[in-house]
Design a protein around this ligand. Structure first.
Ligand code: APR
Length: 315
């Protein structure tokens, strides 16, 4: 996907930072940043373009309120929608964000019928379901970002706890993007050595808990919005694997196809191989009975949310 056309819908904290990260890494030549607020995507795009001589990148960011400018995108990132405020769960955003994601997905399907959609708006798994249903795109082309964010948080906390470089840490979080997500402790390692050899059970429980509440911890501190630096890094990790056809194995929200004993139409975070055609394979890891059970519980929660989406009768 050399010189992929990438559009980012929503020029708020997550969307604009995503565009900036794509540009500064020169992942492609052109990024289109769209928002309904007039002047916002144009202003942010112009500001970042004026940083390009210092940062030394030639990627163009085009700010616009017109979906026509997104025409024939290869990848579209959907970040439009409300973020959480303190005291809110991601699920509280459901009814308002379903409307926004539906409206945006219709425009994406109209102007970029061959694109890969990456959904970021919360409550994530239900929004991926919405985008999939509204677009009618093939299952390999509708992907949710959540696992990469939850996993980078888990890795950061492990590295702090052990006092080691983040580069020595591997960890992965599966399941829905909620408090019942499933950090895979048995596959979390420091240079390949399981973390259980470094930490006590209490330490591990604390790290898992902090990961599960990672988003809430930021919301509580920021008060007026939610996380966006690590969120946008996670999106760009996925885009990088797609545009460079790297086949990186990353946890993403995808239709399960019945893998891991989950219902086949459910969207939930699983490890997938990401390449130029989007999801190229759902990677099946051996998991303990306890982890599979936790994944099922998380999946059931997502199922409930999708039922709530259906009850709104908007799709
Ligand atoms: N079309 C395009 N843009 C829209 C639409 C729409 N229909 N509705 C809202 N937006 C835009 C808003 O104008 C705003 O600029 O989406 C942007 C959202 O930005 P922020 O409020 O800064 O929210 P952000 O922190 O970026 O989070 C966006 O990602 O991580 C999730 O939970 C988070 O659902 C939230 C989303």
């Amino acid at each position: 996907l050399a010189n992929a056309k990438i559009s980012v819908i929503g020029a708020g904290q997550v969307g604009a930072t995503t565009a900036v990260r794509i540009a500064e890494k020169e992942l492609t030549r052109e990024v289109v940043l769209v928002d309904i607020v007039e002047g916002l995507p144009q202003g942010k795009a112009l500001d970042e373009m004026e940083a390009s001589p210092i940062e030394g990148f030639d990627t163009e960011i085009i700010g616009t309120n017109d979906y026509k400018d997104t025409e024939n995108s290869d990848i579209v990132v959907i970040t439009s929608g409300l973020p959480r405020k303190p005291g809110m769960s991601r699920d509280d955003l459901l009814s308002v964000n379903v409307k926004i994601v539906k409206e945006v997905t219709e425009q994406v399907a109209k102007y970029s019928p061959n694109s890969i959609i990456i959904v970021v708006t919360n409550p994530l798994d239900a929004m991926v379901y919405t985008a999939s249903k509204v677009s009618g795109f093939a299952d390999n082309k509708v992907i949710g970002q959540a696992g990469c964010l939850d996993s980078t948080r888990f890795k950061r906390f492990i590295a702090w706890e052990a006092g080691v470089s983040v580069k020595s840490v591997e960890a992965m979080t599966l399941g829905g993007h909620g408090d019942d997500m499933v950090p895979l402790v048995s596959y979390s390692t420091i240079r390949g050595v399981p973390i259980s050899q470094f930490f006590t059970k209490e330490q591990i429980d604390r790290l898992v808990d902090r990961t599960r509440n990672g988003g809430g911890e930021i919301v509580k501190l920021l008060k007026t919005g939610s996380a966006f630096y690590a969120t946008s890094s996670a999106v760009v990790q996925m885009i990088d694997s797609i545009v460079r056809d790297k086949k990186d194995v990353l946890p993403c929200a995808v239709k399960t196809q019945g893998k891991y004993g989950l219902e086949k139409d459910l969207f939930v975070g699983l490890p997938v191989k990401l390449g130029k055609s989007g999801i190229e394979e759902i990677v099946e890891l051996k998991m303990s009975g306890e982890e599979l059970k936790a994944l099922k519980v998380s999946g059931d929660h997502v199922k409930e949310l999708c039922k709530r989406v259906e009850e709104l009768k908007l799709l």
